[in-house]
Design a protein around this ligand. Sequence first.
Ligand code: PEP
Ligand code: MG
Length: 756
Amino acid sequence: MRDNPGGPRVLLRRLRELMAEALEPQERLDRIVREIAANMVAEVCSLYVLRADSVLELYATQGLNPSAVHLAQLKLGQGLVGTIAASARALNLSDAQRHPAFTYLPETGEEIYNSFLGVPVLRAGRTLGVLVVQNRTNRSYRDDEVEALETTAMVIAEMIATGTLARLNRPGVELDLSRPVSFTGQPFNEGVGLGHVVLHEPRIVVTNLFNEDAEQEVRRLETALGSLRISIDDMLSRRDVAFEGEHRAVLEAYRMFAHDRGWVRRLEEAIRNGLTAEAAVEKVQSDMRARMMHMTDPFMRERMSDFDDLANRLLRQLMGRGPEAVAASLPRDAIIVSRTMGAAELLDYPRDKLRGLVLEDASVTSHVVIVARAMGIPVAGQVKGVVSMAENGDAIIVDGEEGRVQLRPQGDVEAAYAEKVRFRARRQELYRELRDRPSVSADGVKVDLFMNAGLSVDLPQLAESGAAGIGLFRTELQFMVAATFPRAEAQELLYREVLEMAGDKPVTFRTIDIGGDKVLPYFNGAVQEENPALGWRAIRLTLDRPGLLRTQVRALLRAAAGRELRLMLPMVTEIGEIFQARELIDREVRHLSRHGYDLPTLLKLGAMIEVPSLLWQLDELMGTVDFASVGSNDLFQFVMAADRGNAQIGDRFDPLSTPFLRVLKQIVKAGRAADVPVTLCGELAGRTISAMALIGLGFRSISMAPAAIGPVKAMLCELPVGKLEALLDDLVAAESGRLDIRAELSQFAADNSIPL
Ligand code: PEP
Ligand code: MG
């Protein structure tokens, strides 16, 4: 076996020279394959490029029949080349023709070659093509030769990714990299956004591939690794993550990987083969991703993501790039694509440039999603694979209504979505026209439409939506987006801001409702519960930690000085809890008044009806509170014993069904009898057909997401309430299980030309 002349370093130097020369793309490729063949003492070197139609096309060859270039083709998975592309793994064969996948392409004249080494051309874990060398003799290629060919493949990957080869395409043929891809995830927040990809943790594009001095590069790598390890230690010692189980486990894994000898050795090897430290990180990561991509074990896939994050952090260390620079260079129509992210990180992006958010992971109740909803950004979640397929700057559409994502969409798809956006805008325009109309039904019944809110970013929507006020201010959101408990001053500041923005409109503040699915990383993350939804949450938790409630109540009392303060308690189970809370509030009032503070002119205390136990204490409840609000999200999950966050049973039971409507009716009746205002502030109020049902049951005030106010008002304006009430009386009284109530309501709407 002959030794190769010069080895990988010489080859990389030659490639660098070729890249710098002014050559036509085809000629450059021809010279590259010739150079590789010579360097590796191979009779053949060929490059196949993956097209958008999953065909691998021969783009250049040294040694095979030159007339086969751009004609010889293999499907993904077909032959040795197709197998390499499909598996993203190298094949090193001394007798290729005996391999079961071998396919003979007569036009290439390759039958005389026995040994075969093929490596995938990878970029960010995606296969863009295959690079092959072949020899007549039955030789086996050494590990360093495999390594050298992989390194060369990386240079070619850059050429493909930067569009250098695009000019070689025949008309109508697209490379895989520019292929449109459509993903189906889950709808996390409604709206449609068209724009351009901004990778939240952007893969840094490494442009400087070849090193001048390997030892110097190894030293750079060591320094960067050192800083990386320190930054992870810093994160681990931060108070806010120190208590949190999952987040901490991730960081612990990072720390372990950052010290992983195998990883560091592979990085150093790549540098010694001629790459810069950055290019080495990218190469090792690409190889690893491609190999791990095919693993189905969720634990291993999770580890792959950890390694990805780590490699990105290392690249940023090497290139000295921070997130600030990224935010500054944001396009005007940014659609953020990320595996997941913290709520605060989303708030770092300027709102006016955000058009959407696409997440590979996360759930509807993830903090980042709650914040995105508050900001009114369309969100699709659980969009698997999008991060590795998307490049910064790619055109992308996120459809938060359907949970779909279109990456690099074709013209007609884009046009269809643009039409959808225009349609929505026209509808919004219509709702804006309705904004200042009184919210009164067709037969003159007044129904107050309030909005739900929780952060200061929600506030502008109070004026924009024409809501009558804020029916539910979820104070816990401020706690959820913070890294530590918000101080009393910060709480007071927010409440003051809310009240100022609301002006004359009433605001109902709900005391902090944490626990269940709303976890504060710095607080109850440490509390392990078997059934958190039924556990230590909301009023239960705040009564056990009176300091927390006292601080909040004091901040609210001070912020509402000189005006009405409406306070609402979440998850009340026993009337005694209201007495306890009232005692604490009264004590705070006395304390502030003793110290000469101005107080609210009026204090109204309400309770949420979320726990079924209250249904058998409705008279006592109404005798105790100034108002009540049905939290239909929780009440429904407890009445039906159906976890509100469990997608498996998400659509199984219908709130517009006999048992739940009877429950609601009973609550309305109890409120009327005691002359206590009763409202409803769960998601049910925001869906037009259910809002219609609620009005038919007798609700005269409901609170919903701001975006729902327009559609609900449009429905209300056409609604004959008297007629609907009669229908609902019948529906609720009818024998359970006989009627499809939803269908009956739809029919009623259709018969009366009510827009749903
Ligand atoms: C509810 O449960 O309906 C409610 C409004 O509260 P949350 O969704 O915040 O639990
Ligand atoms: Mg609730």
